[in-house]
Design a protein around this ligand. Structure first.
Ligand SMILES: [Zn+2]
Length: 335
């Protein structure tokens, strides 16, 4: 007998899941938080610390008869300002517990010893990428500017790969999916095949695999695009019916979206190899060839994007890196 798949949009669990869309001051546009009804009353992600986001969150909660002070638990999917900035404000109003991946803990709690060296990391990275000094300094300072959109809170429980959490009356698996952030988790509910995917998989933009400092307890920076690729393969293997994302529309056809992302990355890798076959280049020269005319925000994202792809090519043995004049990295195709 043939079985008919349940229409994903009819998943009964979705009656307890409410998407609340909040404005952000960032180029990515609005972000989604999710109110998960049940015990404990849970919010997935928070939006940034801005008056507009707080007002939109309160209005969104009120539509379901919920006050900010009613929230009992906040699960942070990854420690980027648009996803956890309001954490401290919500905890102050409600006494809610914050749960997140252990690598997100220093950022959510705001450990000064951890935050302080980060600006220097990005400055060094941009200089090694060949970004001109004044632009590199301006770009690295953006990191300090981001702090105004963040309020900190203690993390009551860490969520690791393989954990199961009860949310909205159902059991969700914690999937650690490093790439967009090294501390990023998705929550997967296998019975109804729902994935709370935050920024791991977005319909309208390819998630930037952002280069960052070594995570706590490690000495080498991660290779975010290499990690991202692996994390995408992992979601590809799951029979996901619907992705509830951090931005934009929900995604039903997960595998064709992932396939189109793979094609996009393959094309970009091929383009970079073409550029490098002509002559050895710095990250910045490659970013300029690919994107052109970059302001400070774009500088960082473009350098991060190109470096992520070069990590992949380096890992495949297709390019090599040498450190040249003034510590600037020069990439060339392998012989
Ligand atoms: Zn985001």
């Amino acid at each position: 007998m043939q079985t008919v798949p349940v229409d994903p949009f009819d998943a009964p669990l979705l009656r307890s899941v409410h998407q609340i869309t909040l404005p952000t001051p960032f180029p990515v546009g609005p972000v989604h938080a999710y109110l998960m009804q049940g015990d404990p009353l849970t919010l997935i992600d928070t939006g940034p610390q801005t008056l507009a986001a707080l007002a939109a969150l309160q209005a969104g909660l009120a539509e379901h008869g919920v006050l900010l002070g009613d929230i009992q638990r906040v699960i942070i999917t990854h420690a980027h300002a648009d996803h956890y900035g309001l954490a401290g404000t919500i905890v102050a109003a409600s006494g809610a517990e914050v749960w997140a991946h252990p690598l997100a803990q220093p950022l959510i709690e705001g450990w000064n010893s951890y935050l302080a060296p980060r600006e220097q990391f990005w400055l060094d990275l941009l200089l090694a990428a060949g970004v001109p000094a004044t632009l590199a300094e301006k770009t690295a300072q953006l990191y300090r500017g981001m702090q105004q959109f963040i309020t900190h809170a203690p993390v009551a429980r860490v969520l690791n790969e393989g954990d199961t959490v009860e949310v909205a009356g159902a059991a969700w698996q914690v999937l650690h999916c490093p790439g967009h952030a090294d501390n990023l988790i998705c929550l997967y509910q296998p019975a109804e095949r729902l994935l709370l995917g935050n920024d791991h998989l977005l319909a309208h933009i390819s998630s930037n695999a952002i280069v960052g400092p070594p995570p706590l307890g490690e000495t080498e920076r991660r290779r975010p695009l290499v990690d991202y690729w692996t994390s995408l393969c992992r979601v590809y293997e799951l029979p996901v019916a619907l992705v509830l994302p951090g931005h934009g529309d929900a995604v039903a056809d997960v595998r064709s979206l992932i396939n189109s992302r793979f094609r996009f990355y393959e094309q970009r890798l091929a383009r970079l190899l073409d550029e490098l076959r002509r002559k050895p280049r710095t990250v910045w020269q490659l970013a300029d060839a690919l994107f052109r005319k970059l302001d400070a925000v774009d500088t960082f994202l473009a350098a991060s994007e190109v470096l992520g792809h070069l990590d992949v090519l380096e890992q495949k043995g297709q390019v090599t890196r040498e450190t040249g004049e003034k510590g600037v990295w020069l990439y060339r195709v392998s012989r």
